[in-house]
Design a protein around this ligand. Sequence first.
Ligand code: SD4
Length: 323
Amino acid sequence: MWGIIATWRMAVEGITEASYILENHGDAGDAIETAIKEVENFPYYKSVGFGGLPNEEMEVELDAAYMDGNTLDIGAVAAIKDFANPISIARRLSKEKVNSMLVGEGAEKFAHKEGFERKNMLSDRAKIHYKNRVKEDCLKSLEELEIKPYTGHDTVGMVCLDESGKMTAGTSTSGLFMKKKGRVGDSPISGSGFYVDSKVGGASATGLGEDLMKGCISYEIVRLMKEGMHPQKACDIAVTNLDKELKERRGKAGDLSLIAMNNKGEWGVATNIEGFSFAVATDKQEPIVYLTKMIDGHCVHEVASQEWLDNYMKTRTAPLVEK
Ligand code: SD4
């Protein structure tokens, strides 16, 4: 038995690659790294790796993490610039007993010393998005300028189970478009952006990092699964509770979308937004993209239609003009 679940439609090519590894008795670490690299390398995704949207100084600062659910090893990088595959650097760091989470210049120094591929991660398309946004923002009031992480800005988060029963979790993101230099979201933070324990299962998040971190929500889902809860129920409860707490105390909640898988390959998803997409592959099913829908306050999901999938790629690759 094996399985892999990931946030957003953009992960489906990656999890397809991972499924070849997993069906050939491969390792959950290799599978998840391969899957996330695939997303990092695809230039048309605006929120992960090359092509990711820049911070307010027009620099692409990337966050990534890797966790091994057998050993509980964690490696992470945050606000790293000019390296092609942050997930691989995070995985390499997970082998370190100390200094396993590095930020900025320190992370870059480590990556350089270890021979990771250097690359300017600011694509021409990302530059155009930046320039257009600067122009738009000049015309907006402060109220309208509130951070909206979902304007095409999606973190890839994955949980993977291999045939040996080993589980891994991984994340990679360019964070929020127009973030402050040095801003770090939930994605490289253990318990918030990801968590995995092969004895139980794992979870990973996408959405507004500042709010996801308020609930340590990935850990919370694993904790609920450890109490015997199915991943779907654990996701539903954790997302509903955090959304409610945030609204009660702060008047509103940012976007929260979570995926989870347990060590039996069962999975679950919950979100407080409309139209969250995710992808799953297991030994029993080919890679499939799903979309969520809210029905009577419950998050349900359905297989994405061919029309939706075609339109997705069309909009991602559509020509972009400077305004
Ligand atoms: C962050 N959670 O840096 C990420 C961004 C994201 O959809 O997932 N956007 O806060």
